[in-house]
Design a protein around this ligand. Sequence first.
Ligand code: ZN
Length: 348
Amino acid sequence: MRAAVHQAAGTITVEDVPDAALVEPTDAVVRVLRSCICGSDLWSYRGIIDRAAGSRTGHEFIGVVTDVGAAVGTVRPGDLVVAPFAWSDNTCPACQDGVHTRCDNGGGFGAPGSDGGQGEAVRVPQADGTLVAVPGGPDGVDDALLPALLTLSDVMATGLHGAVLAGVEEGSTVAVIGDGAVGLCAVLGARAVLGAERVVLMSRHEDRAALGRTFGATDVVAERGEEGIAAVRELTGGRGVRHVVEAVGTPQSWEMALGMARVGGRVGAVGVPHTSPEIPLFPIVRNHLTVSAGIAPVRKYLPDLIERVMDGRLDPGAVFDLTLPLAQVADGYAAMDERRSIKTMLAG
Ligand SMILES: [Zn+2]
């Protein structure tokens, strides 16, 4: 089969690799229908973090189950499934606590020794705990819904998790830092899923801000740093905002998040730090802030989000603004690296 392979920073190729196959009785094999490139894939592409040469890439995919191990009971060949970016057993103490991304038997697609999502097929460990079938199956689901379903494997669920960590609820006023796919999906999650009334999106890119508005952002602030903080405070009667979603993970974004939070407010952070931002403790203590952070346990949200996409209450599919065949995956990385694409989908 064909799959994308990380050769070196800046170099992704498509190679012939061994066919995805069952190894453990708890495995399934999924033929990939759609996959995509994640903002986090760019960290190794840009050489900011190391990645083993020859490792597979991609961790977001939906597809059709083609084979299951003897111990798999919840999905069967022919099912259309959404895979979270990390596999989990859904039964261990961590999963029971809702922290599937720290599952005792978990792991991530594209990690050494595992298949990546940017390929023709994927071996999925812990299939029962990981995969969620879409009602109707591949023949019952309109192709037009596939992009929306694909976002559930990471960015939509991750954005929503940020809003959940920030304590967003019906009627909330929220600020979202980060206008990448996760930040944009946090806007949508805060509004369409959690019922926020007002969402301020921090964005200085016209295309991203426009998509943010269609996802429900009521205000867009282009300024950054102290000016950005001041602008958000001005929009909120000088007091700051009660719920802040931090979807970047840099020292600058953390500084903004803590600076614009209202006294007694909450910061929900899903931006994965690839450097080591030092979080100042004093403003957190002085301003009575709650800071919650975590790599999103996507699996926990999948059943509900699949239902919302299928009945039309949630449509994050527009986050994909470029679609390429797997053979052109390198062009997709370049397009996202150069910010010509918010998020690139791979189809066929
Ligand atoms: Zn677990």
